[in-house]
Write a protein that binds this ligand. Structure first.
Ligand code: SF4
Length: 436
């Protein structure tokens, strides 16, 4: 098989991995225009300084001895298979790098023969890149669950970032849809990588030339909507993963039906993109806004509100904590006000050192007053002429686009549906005030 055919198969097969974002768009080049888009192939990641870098996103092989029901590469699926040799993949990466197509590599793989053998092939590729071609660019490598610990360690010394995909949020779901995988097999390398990163950080302080182990940390990915696992379960697992394994990111991937199976959602089910979006918003609140998972969802409310983001939902359900005086409120409380982000909360702290802040001042600072004004006092007063009724808060917090998107979601067979009919204005008001 020609190298370009392999590349076509193996970059296309890698596009379902969300732990690194692909373009997700396919668009031919047109006369008179510059550039084209391909679904697979190049993805993007962000460097520590915020710079966007393009990566060649590819599998070592799409042959797999496992049979995960949600995966296009499962052994029982009849698709074209290909395998790169380590040399082929290393040369391809270098050639792409020299042509300035990419700045790094995102390498994952199906399980060829067994996890350890697959890991050895990946290590050989990265060794060629690092030691023979002296490639110093960014490499994100997937750790293969079930591979020998020594191999995972070797891989970590060659890659910048590692990830172990948790895939499904519970052992029950794994047993059902990925019978060859187990929670222990997935969590073991995750724990090992965490431990090695921590040890490495201490060693580097003592010995300056200690080789770095996965200096960009580790991440994971969860598939959303392939199983009945609720947002509540997923968010709690996310929080536990951040705390226990110090992950840099948990990525969520809305399940895209590519397989027909009685255990999976119907093949024409639309990916639950709004649900994925809400999970990313909640994930952000856990990492940067000091929220705990138990504040956002609980046993009684196991799904996110499709109409408003999780922070607004929390604020509306905790109106007893508002309004807060912007000139006195602690940073942690400012962060909980809808319309105030991390930067604007920091600017409020700086500005109020030199004098009291008015609503006009808040606007200049970058606060989204359309949302925030219902939850704030400036020098003891609410914004002039403001009527705080469920309707006015509703209009402020739901944009027309979100409202229409939410209505569209109601028409699809998705977990997030709150109504068995089109919601009325009263339904929306009840939903916002937590009565639903
Ligand atoms: S291990 Fe499962 S998810 Fe990974 S490539 Fe094989 S079948 Fe797909």
């Amino acid at each position: 098989m020609e190298l370009m055919d392999k590349l076509e198969i193996l970059s296309d097969a890698a596009k379902y991995d969300a732990a690194c974002t692909s373009s997700g768009v396919s668009r031919e080049a047109r006369p008179g225009s510059i550039g084209s888009c391909s679904l697979g192939g190049i993805c993007h990641s962000f460097a520590a300084d915020g710079r966007c870098i393009s990566l060649l996103k590819v599998l070592m092989t799409n042959s797999c001895v496992y049979d995960c029901k949600y995966c296009v590469n499962r052994r029982s699926n009849d698709v074209r298979r290909a395998v790169f040799t380590p040399r082929e993949l290393a040369e391809l990466t270098i050639q792409f790098y020299r042509r300035n197509y990419i700045e790094g590599l995102f390498l994952s793989s199906g399980i060829l023969k067994n996890p350890s053998y697959t890991c050895e092939q990946m290590i050989e590729t990265l060794e060629l890149l690092r030691n023979e071609y002296h490639f110093n660019g960014y490499i994100h490598a997937k750790a293969i669950p079930g591979a020998d610990d020594a191999l995972i360690q070797q891989l970590g010394l060659l890659a910048d970032r590692m990830s172990v995909n948790i895939e499904l949020p519970s052992q029950q779901s794994l047993s059902l849809l990925a019978p060859d995988k187990s929670k222990t097999d997935i969590l073991r390398p995750m724990g090992l990588i965490t431990q090695k990163i921590a040890e490495n950080t201490t060693e580097i302080v003592r010995y300056q030339h200690t080789p770095k182990f996965a200096p960009a940390g580790q991440s994971t990915q969860m598939i959303i909507g392939a199983t009945p696992d609720t947002d509540f379960k997923i968010l709690n697992l996310t929080q536990a993963l951040y705390k226990k394994y110090s992950l840099k990111r948990v990525f969520y991937s809305a399940y895209m039906p590519v397989q027909s199976d009685s255990l999976l959602p119907a093949i024409d089910t639309k990916p639950p993109l709004l649900r994925e979006h809400r999970l990313y918003q909640a994930d952000w609140l856990l990492r940067f806004y000091g929220f705990d998972a138990s504040e956002l969802l609980d046993e009684q409310h196991q799904s996110f509100n499709p109409l408003v983001d999780p922070k607004c939902n929390w604020a509306i359900n905790h109106m007893e904590q508002f309004p807060v005086e912007v000139n006195k409120a602690p940073y942690e409380m400012l962060l909980r006000v809808p319309g105030i982000g991390v930067k604007s909360a920091q600017r409020i702290l700086q500005t109020r050192r030199t004098g009291p802040i008015s609503f006009d001042g808040l606007k200049r600072i970058g606060v989204v007053l359309r949302r925030a004004q219902y939850f704030l006092l400036c020098q003891g007063k609410m914004a002039e002429g403001l009527r705080v009724t469920p309707e006015s808060v509703l209009r402020a917090l739901i944009s027309k686009q979100d409202y229409e998107a939410a209505l569209r979601v109601q028409e699809q067979p998705q977990q997030l549906s709150l109504f068995d009919r089109d919601p009325t204005k009263e339904d929306l008001a009840k939903c916002l005030t937590g009565q639903i």
